[in-house]
Design a protein. Structure first.
Lengths: 325, 313
């Protein structure tokens, strides 16, 4: 049984007086124990909303509707009451956010922010909690951790802040870490360090990692399984090898094709997918990617594209996959 | 290698000097701003006078020792002289001693009523802000219920509200403090609630929620520390208004029941009848009130600027 089983997850935003938006639509994927799973897609494709919905972080009410299931070890996170959900958050599932500066409280020393979660879920207090916090900071590669506990977030560099957030995330040895674009706000050189740190921690502790990113380079380096999002739906799911070796969906092809390469001649324009994410078709009428797709034909807009199984663990939603353009 | 480590040490030390907390940094900015220094000097001077002044005054402010020398019919009152530096008031009491001792009353009324307003305002605003920011639908309902009451308080002109409270509770110093405190409650409550609401949107609150931190703890240790800055600045400004309002209430005869105890507002009220003969009796306490209100305002405004995140870095 997979550790996290998301099935048919849908999130609809219906602001008063404006048309409803299906931000996430019928998304299903699994995360096995110890596995690194990537959610890839452009901005606005629904990756982050999926993660927020799994942890119940979306505002509740008439304007936001979440349906489907997201079971962690058999318990459906979407139907847990608030108290049980608070127990799960941080202890079983932890989250690392995109911007390390705004994710830390600016007026509270980082030590307090690390011990907070230790107190909450592991019942540590006082000097035991501070000792454990220092150990955690040491594990994520922060030098002189005991002294750093007294520092405020603005006294640390971006990379150090992200290390602190990772320390907070691994503090209670969760079974799943959700990392929402953990390297986007960082320098390229720091990005590599943070990714190394994350993959190292995950490997050592057997934790699963759900990595949200728009960077296929990150995916290639880290993920075992990849889910490609487009306009709120999964268009392709594959093992890393399958995805880069034999991409099926034209959108995946386009993404891989737009990775800048060292061996293209200087002065050549970077390859890009024509159009923008706004040029979408509503899924019920056909493939949302059709307006930007080189392969698009009449059958693409004849109805929602069905799920095609290519191989074990490799599925996609393209009726014209493999057709000559 | 040793050179390198020593260099790292040096960098660390430099970083330590520059890495200041929000308040430390604000303090540094304050020290460089002339209005802040002027304000601080005035405030410190005032506090010192209020604390030790009554012990050092040349005469008892209550004794009518020079009663025999005044003649109300002829409008003859002893003016400034070696014995009485600012002359004698209409009952033959030493004006200078009364002015100094009056400073203490004025300070007590200002500080106590501001603290009162601050405490109640922070409690109400904190509950409303936490409920609105974290409590979902029920919280938003509680928040709008509380804030409508606060809005009603805010709609009544502050002096009128203070006068009504003073009239209902009877004439005493405590009444003055409660009345003035009540007037500043809605200001503090609104300010804190707004700041907390803004903070509730921020990502570190989402991060804390994602870690399973209980809501009361998020409100107490995340929202509140990030929101009290403007409230504390407002308290300094309110102190100035509180002193003016206390003087106004005393002037209207709603102040301390024992009119003999010197207080700047009472002195001003007393001077009213003799404005054509001895205008300086009104001028002394007025100048006192103006200067101290100016001092607190200068300090408060500079603090606001020093703490304003938009002006930082």
């Amino acid at each position: 049984m997979p550790l996290l089983d998301v099935s048919d997850l849908a999130v609809t935003f219906a602001p008063r007086g404006r048309p409803a938006v299906n931000a996430v639509d019928g998304v299903s994927f699994q995360v096995n124990a110890g596995e690194v799973v990537g959610l890839v897609g452009e901005s606005g494709s629904g990756k982050s909303v999926t993660a927020m919905a799994i942890l119940g972080l979306l505002p509740k009410g008439k304007e936001v509707q979440v349906t489907g299931r997201a079971s962690l070890d058999g318990t459906d996170l979407l139907s847990l009451d608030r108290r049980r959900l608070r127990d799960v958050r941080g202890r079983d599932v932890a989250m690392v956010f995109q911007d390390p500066l705004s994710s830390l409280n600016p007026v509270v020393p980082i030590g307090t922010q690390v011990t907070e979660v230790l107190t909450r879920h592991r019942g540590l207090s006082g000097s035991a909690a501070r000792k454990e916090a220092a150990d955690l900071l040491e594990r994520v590669g922060i030098p002189d951790p005991t002294r750093r506990l007294r520092d405020y977030p603005h006294q640390l560099s971006g990379g150090m802040r992200q290390r602190v957030l990772i320390a907070i995330a691994v503090a209670c040895r969760p079974r799943l870490i959700i990392a929402d674009e953990p390297t986007t706000a960082l320098d390229v050189t720091i990005q590599a360090q943070i990714l190394d740190l994350l993959s190292g921690l995950v490997k050592d502790s057997g934790t699963s990692l759900l990595l949200i990113t728009h960077d296929l380079g990150v995916v290639a380096g880290l993920c075992d399984t990849v889910n490609v999002f487009y306009a709120g739906r999964l268009v392709e799911t594959a093992k890393r090898r399958q995805l880069f070796g034999a991409p099926q969906h034209p959108y995946t092809l386009g993404l891989i094709g737009s990775i800048p390469r060292l061996d293209t001649p200087r002065g050549d324009r970077l390859a890009a997918i024509p159009g923008s994410v706004r040029d979408v078709l509503p899924w019920p009428t056909g493939c949302a990617f059709a307006p930007r797709c080189a392969l698009s034909a009449d059958e693409c807009v004849a109805g929602p594209p069905a799920l095609h199984v290519v191989d074990e663990g490799h599925t996609h939603r393209c009726v014209r996959a493999g057709a000559p353009s | 290698m040793s050179v390198l480590t020593r260099k790292a040490d040096r960098i660390d030390r430099l970083a330590d000097q520059h890495g200041l907390s929000l308040w430390q940094e604000a303090l540094r900015r304050l020290r460089r701003s002339p209005p802040a220094i002027i304000g601080a000097v005035i405030v410190v001077l005032f506090v010192v006078i209020a604390l030790v002044g009554p012990l050092l005054v040349p005469h008892d402010p209550l004794s009518q020792a020079w009663r025999g020398e005044i003649s109300e019919a002829r409008g003859a009152f002893p003016g400034p002289r070696a014995e009485n530096w600012l002359g004698v008031d209409h009952l033959g009491r030493d004006e200078f001693s009364r002015l100094i001792v009056g400073a203490r009353q004025t300070l007590i009324v200002g500080v106590v009523s501001t603290l009162l307003g601050l405490a109640v305002g922070v409690l109400i605003g904190g509950i409303a802000g936490a409920a609105a920011g974290l409590g979902g639908r029920a919280g938003r309902f509680l928040d709008s219920f509380i804030m409508r009451i606060i809005d009603m308080l805010l709609a009544v002109p502050s002096l009128l509200l203070a006068v009504s409270v003073a009239a209902v509770l009877g004439q005493s110093l405590a009444t003055v403090m409660i009345a003035i405190g009540l007037v500043s409650v809605p200001i503090f409550a609104r300010l804190l609630r707004g700041a907390m609401l803004a903070q509730a949107e921020s990502e570190y609150v989402t991060a804390a929620v994602a870690l399973g931190v209980p809501q009361w703890k998020i409100a107490w240790s995340h929202l509140l520390p990030n929101s009290v800055g403007p409230v504390i600045v407002q308290a300094t400004l309110t102190l100035a208004t509180a002193i003016i309002e206390a003087a106004a209430l005393s002037f209207l005869g709603l102040g301390n029941a024992d009119a003999a105890i010197p207080e700047w507002g009472v002195m001003l009220a007393d001077a009213q009848r003799y404005l054509s003969v001895r205008p300086e009796w009104a001028i002394y306490p007025s100048v006192g009130i103006i200067v101290i209100a100016l001092g607190f305002t200068l300090l408060g405004e500079s603090m606001r600027e020093a703490l304003d995140p938009k002006l930082r870095r």
